[in-house]
Design a protein around this ligand. Structure first.
Ligand code: BYC
Length: 328
């Protein structure tokens, strides 16, 4: 059967054999690859999620990046530099994965800086002190691991494969954050206070990273049926809470939720309800740092125009030389 497909075709009106082949691929837990026929909704959903994910990695460089010049030692500076660079790399793998679906990277960037495409709510909060760098590593990268390890089994091949390396790097990021906090907790009272303050500010926004509750998540059912997502938002949020509570005890900090307790019957921790109105506000552009983050991204894009122009001119020159060489 011909499952080859160009990005301009793929209307859902394709023959039943193509539809059946796609559904059988999903049912057998096999991968859908770029040249396979796929329903237009599947393609659109993937571009939406992968682009948002890529944008999150790139915008996510900012809150921590602001601390590179202020890191307290050369060692901390080198670690932070490496982490922020990794995030740039993650963004690039993800934009490449989106391109295999026919998306244009320049167009995705335009959508981000014009506010037409989303990125993770978590990066719209400020980083007030150096402990925030540790807490982002521990909570935000920890949440990213919970969310993204299952995406290594996502049904779309290029997305799943990009997740494998990203998750390995996120594990390193989480550990560096936790190690930084361990060091601060062994320090002075003032350092311990900084850590607890950062934990208090980042806990609830971190829980919101997993998205709205399942009963208010319009995309989950279809994305799970297509095996793009493997678990619901609430399942992953629960997994994150269960993973983080013992780590907090070990570290010696208190998670700011009076309702947090072990539920023997469920075999999970019960926890309070995040402020879903706050999540909606932040997603719709009204968080503490939304304007600043997008403005910075816009400036970086404009400042980088000469690099893109130079690279394009260089590629054109190389291509012309190759053509001349082929003729000679
Ligand atoms: N923030 O139906 P739902 C990182 C949107 S990068 C903003 O549940 P879905 C890192 C959602 O897009 C972390 N928007 O959606 C980087 C949808 O809007 P549209 C990023 C959110 O897609 C640097 C609407 O709300 N991770 O780890 O089924 C340094 C309804 O939601 C959020 C990823 O992108 C949010 N928190 O599920 C350190 C992972 N939540 O498009 C670390 C991949 C929801 O319908 N993405 N929305 O207008 C996913 O797993 C899923 O897309 C989500 C949402 C779980 C996030």
């Amino acid at each position: 059967m011909d499952t080859t497909h160009s990005s301009s075709s793929g209307a859902d009106g394709a023959g039943p054999e193509l539809q059946e082949h796609f559904e059988a691929t999903i049912a057998r837990d096999q991968r859908v690859e770029p040249r396979d026929w796929m329903p237009e909704g599947y393609r659109r959903t993937l571009i939406r999620q992968i682009a948002q994910h890529a944008h999150s990695e790139i915008i996510g460089m900012q809150p921590e990046g602001e601390w590179i010049t202020r890191a307290p030692s050369l060692r901390r500076k080198a670690i932070l530099f490496a982490k922020v660079q990794d995030e740039a790399g993650h963004g690039l793998y993800l934009y490449s994965a989106a391109e295999t679906l026919g998306a244009d990277r320049a167009d995705l960037t335009e959508r981000l800086i014009e506010g037409r495409q989303k990125y993770s709510s978590i990066f719209n909060y400020p980083t007030a002190n150096f402990a925030d760098v540790g807490v982002i590593g521990w909570f935000v990268d920890g949440a990213a691991i919970c969310n993204q390890v299952p995406l290594c089994r996502s049904s779309y091949g290029p997305y799943a494969r990009s997740m494998v390396r990203i998750c390995k790097e996120e594990s390193f990021h989480q550990r560096q954050g936790y190690e930084l906090l361990m060091t601060m907790m062994r320090g002075t009272d003032a350092q311990r206070t900084m850590v607890q303050d950062a934990v208090d500010r980042w806990w609830w926004p971190s829980l919101m990273m997993f998205g709205p509750p399942d009963n208010d998540s319009p995309n989950s059912a279809q994305s799970m049926a297509w095996k793009i997502k493997r678990h619901s938002n609430d399942e992953l949020r629960q997994r994150f809470v269960d993973m983080t509570v013992p780590q907090a005890e070990r570290l010696g900090v208190t998670l700011p939720d009076p309702e947090l307790r072990w539920n023997e019957e469920r075999g999970h921790h019960d926890f309070g309800t995040p402020d879903w109105a706050e999540l909606k506000r932040v997603i719709s552009g009204d968080g503490p740092c939304n304007d600043r983050r997008v403005q910075r991204r816009r400036e970086a894009h404009e400042e980088g125009a000469w690099v893109r122009e130079a690279a394009t001119a260089h590629a054109a020159k190389q291509a012309a030389q190759a053509r001349e060489g082929a003729v000679a």
